[in-house]
Design a protein around this ligand. Structure first.
Ligand code: LLP
Length: 421
């Protein structure tokens, strides 16, 4: 459920007509709903009620300061994957003890930054990283709390580019070698082993792969405890999928996911962490765009928008489906026709949808891409020197620009000219 609904024939974000925001801000722009963000965060928090837990929002999904502050106020921790994300989380007021640091290639500089600034734990992904973190911690006279990310060799049954739990993926330590690597970690004085971490992929629409992974983690917890490690925290990653189409069967709900976690791991007495990103932000955001031209092609009609692949890369990159809806509600029973929905960027990959059935649309009409809140704005670029699109946050009847569109001068002045030119 989200808070982007038609009211009186016009698409609203909570209590604000989307067309009103477009008139004030210009198109294209991202628009987020506070109520949806909050609701989705709380669903996870409630799903783990009764067990000691922390929901660490995977801020790579959408990391605007206003979004982070909204979630932090609800008690969210953060999952960060770079020094930049760590700095963003701290700037939004998230204390170090609520930040977990994931990622396969943390640099020594990033380790130092997080150790000095405060960190709940590093999720370590390899032996060389473990050795580096030990050295950095010792040089600062500190001990770094760690989990080791294990790779359970489970097929997440999702798009190949976002599956991370198979042995051929670059992530984690093969679970078969975990006992050996934990023994090495325990011998390093700059590290304190606190638990186990696992994350098998994103946009999972079936609970079975999670079950397989979590059962393996439960078994490993027993083995590591028998080896003398104090395993007291389990980080279970993110990955629960969202419905991108309204016709598709809905993915499992956070409550069902929470129940699975309790069933497979609840008996271990560990503190549990989860790192949802997409389900918190995905359906809490839309990308609003204006139709520039309607162009008749050979046997097809192109709907040319002012948004492009640089603003929303997911269709080009993952063949992702995003629902596209007119901002003015179509008349009941309005006839639909197939359109190829494209942007102005100079490549054929700049295609959002082919033969998409849509009600009649004309130049100047506004459309909204639904489910664009996660991995939308954060993956955008200024390719073709198209300014990064602004972000807007709605809260009931109010809205605010939370990232402004840069001017052409701002973009150009980021470049500097060497003195020989
Ligand atoms: N934890 C770790 C260690 C991750 O790598 C990820 C996502 C998450 C949590 C959050 O997963 P989520 O709950 O959002 O599924 N750009 C792609 C998705 C990349 C996901 C990367 N890792 C897309 O647009 O589909």
């Amino acid at each position: 459920m989200d808070h982007f609904l038609y009211r009186g024939g016009a698409l609203h974000a909570e209590d604000v007509p989307v067309a009103e925001i477009a008139a004030a801000v210009g198109t294209p722009f991202y628009c987020y709903s506070t109520a949806t963000l909050s609701r989705h965060f709380r669903l996870f928090d409630e799903a783990l009620e009764g067990v000691d837990h922390l929901v660490c929002y995977a801020m790579k999904a959408a990391s605007n300061q206003a979004i982070l502050k909204t979630l932090a106020a609800l008690g969210a921790g953060m999952d960060v994957v770079s020094g930049g994300e760590y700095a963003r989380a701290r700037a939004a007021g998230v204390p170090g003890e609520r930040i977990v640091f994931s990622g396969v290639g943390k640099t020594r500089e990033e380790m130092r930054q997080a150790l000095e600034g405060g960190i709940r734990q590093f999720n370590v992904e390899s032996e060389p990283e473990m050795v580096a973190l030990n050295e950095v911690a010792l040089s600062l006279g500190l001990r770094a709390p760690i989990t080791l990310r294990v790779n359970p060799d489970v097929d997440a049954k999702t798009h190949a580019k976002i599956a991370t739990g198979k042995s051929e993926n670059k992530f984690g330590i093969p679970i078969a070698r975990a006992r050996e690597v934990y023994a090495e970690a325990a011998a390093l004085k700059g590290l304190e082993v606190v638990g186990i971490d696992v994350h098998i992929g994103s946009q999972l629409t079936d609970l079975e792969p999670f079950r397989q992974a979590y059962e393996k983690v439960a078994e490993l917890t027993g083995m590591l405890r028998a080896d003398g490690h104090d395993i007291r925290r389990l980080d279970l990653g993110g990955g629960l999928g969202i419905p991108y189409t309204r016709s598709n069967e809905a993915p499992p709900l956070p409550t069902e996911y929470g129940q699975l976690i309790k069933d497979t791991l609840g008996h271990l007495g560990c503190e549990l962490e989860i790192e949802p990103g997409r389900l918190v932000a995905g359906n809490a955001g839309i990308l609003v765009s204006e139709v520039i031209y309607l162009k008749s092609g050979e046997g097809r009609d192109f709907l040319i928008l002012d948004a492009a692949m640089n603003d929303l890369i997911r269709p080009a990159m993952y063949d992702a489906y995003h629902d596209i809806v007119p901002v003015r509600e179509p008349a009941p029973g309005a006839e639909q026709a197939p359109y190829d929905v494209v942007g102005p960027v100079c490549e054929s990959g700049d295609t959002f949808a082919r033969a998409r059935m849509l009600p009649p649309l004309a130049a100047g009409d506004l459309v909204a891409f639904r489910s664009a809140g996660a991995y939308g704005a954060v993956m955008s670029s200024e390719y073709n020197t198209r300014p990064l699109v602004p972000e807007v946050l709605v809260h009931e009847h109010q809205f605010a620009v939370i990232r402004a569109r840069p001017s052409f001068d701002e973009i150009i002045n980021r470049d500097t000219i060497p003195e020989w030119l």
